[in-house]
Design a protein around this ligand. Structure first.
Ligand SMILES: [Zn+2]
Length: 415
């Protein structure tokens, strides 16, 4: 088994470094596209070349000749293209429509030989030789970078340099693998890790994820109120025509509301996929009316539909959907090593822990707790039957900028 961690860091690049990285990306994409050309066959998948070694033997010398790229980068570009062709062939065999992969996004795969990491900077191979951009690190310590890239317990595996054209910034997605067990995760289980995305549903924001994404639902509230107003007017008129118009309006409103929730459901599943989550955890909705006395019927309707839509959309992406017991998820401090639970911690949309002083949006705090509740539930189960082989695994909670392990939390009151 391997426990993998990913950290994303933003790079501070000078104009010269920027040019070098863009030129490197351009030549890298050239290699990847040339490789895809070589491997692909429109006639049949049997004619596509997917043996990495053979493809490399055929192309490597030419690509080194045609570009200024260093050996490792040429090999990485070939590897990326062969893997993409392989994935297409797999879908093709299943009868899905596929076409030759093309590479346009400016991303470069680095390994231990083409990238070297230091505390505050990274050294990257480019067509202009090595460049050494420094990192923009968030103030929250320890950052995922410190915990997983600099830690002796993790070894650096590979990283992907990514240029984001909308922000004109370069990012590094760094992936590491744990080599020594550390105190946060117990490695003796023999199961692989799971990662959960916690979702809080509410009136202030329709949905909030433990990664810190908010689906506000302001326009949902607005339009539901508008529909209601117009329904009221038609009802007061009380004519036959008004009655028919009312039915039409009802149908239109329902279609609109469903479409709205479908969009959020899709975005929520994408959020889980983008953050490599295996599980999406919601709170159990059975007593939602009692727990949210201010929720209108259209809120409750939205919560139930959202859960329903995510429940059938997520499995198509290999993500499962679970529900957890919702008690105290709003009153508990989600900060690692705190977990203090008190009614006075929450004031409307604002959460402030009376013990450690952690201040954060109340719904985001709850979303993290829902993830933690799921993680702890799984771990209790795991401990009570360690040899069950049922596939139960230690679970991490995906939060804004990293992961938290369920084990490192104080118990939730009532657990
Ligand atoms: Zn606290």
């Amino acid at each position: 088994m391997g426990v993998r961690r990913t950290a994303v860091v933003k790079l501070v690049v000078s104009d010269e470094q920027r040019d070098a990285l863009h030129r490197t990306a351009e030549q890298y994409l050239y290699c990847a596209n040339r490789t895809a050309d070589y491997c692909w066959s429109d006639t049949s998948y049997a004619e596509c070349k997917t043996n990495k070694r053979e493809v490399r033997d055929a192309l490597y010398a030419d690509l080194r000749e045609e570009t200024d790229l260093q050996a490792q980068l040429v090999q990485a570009a070939i590897k990326r293209a062969v893997e993409a062709v392989k994935a297409c062939v797999k879908r093709w065999k299943k009868g899905q429509r596929v076409s030759q992969p093309t590479f346009t996004a400016e991303t470069i795969d680095y390994d231990t030989r083409s990238a070297t990491f230091y505390r505050n900077k990274v050294s990257l191979a480019t067509v202009e030789g090595r460049v050494e951009p420094s990192f923009v690190l968030p103030a929250d310590s320890p950052t995922p970078y410190e915990r997983y890239v600099l830690s002796e317990n993790y070894e650096f595996r590979e990283s992907t340099l990514r240029y984001d054209a909308t922000t004109d910034e370069f990012y590094l997605n760094i992936s590491t693998r744990r080599i020594h067990s550390d105190d946060e995760v117990s490695e003796d289980t023999g199961h692989s890790d799971q990662t959960v995305l916690g979702i809080d549903l509410g009136v202030n924001s329709l949905a909030v994820s433990s990664t810190g994404t908010f689906w506000q639902g302001d326009d949902y509230d607005h339009w539901c109120r508008e529909f209601e107003k117009r329904r009221g007017e038609m009802q007061r008129r009380g004519t036959q025509a008004a009655h028919k118009a009312l039915l039409r309006l009802g149908k239109r409103e329902e279609a609109w509301r469903k479409q709205y929730i479908h969009t959020i459901a899709n975005e929520l599943v994408s959020e889980a996929v983008e953050h490599d989550c295996d599980v999406i955890a919601f709170e159990d909705l059975s007593d939602i009316r009692e727990r949210l006395p201010y929720a209108k019927w259209h809120h409750v309707w939205a919560f139930r539909r959202l859960f329903e839509y995510v429940s059938y959309k997520a499995p198509e992406q290999g993500v499962s959907v679970e529900q957890v017991e919702p008690t105290h998820t709003s009153q508990r401090c989600s900060r690692m090593d705190c977990g203090f639970t008190h009614d006075g911690n929450r004031h409307g949309e604002h959460f402030e822990c009376q013990k450690c002083g952690y201040e954060v949006n109340a719904d985001y705090n709850a979303a993290k707790n829902i993830g933690v509740r799921y993680a702890r539930k799984r771990q209790h189960k795991l401990r009570s039957s360690p040899k069950s082989g049922s596939g139960d695994a230690p679970v991490d909670v995906r939060v804004n900028g990293g992961t938290l392990n369920g084990e490192s939390y104080q118990p939730l009151a009532g657990d």
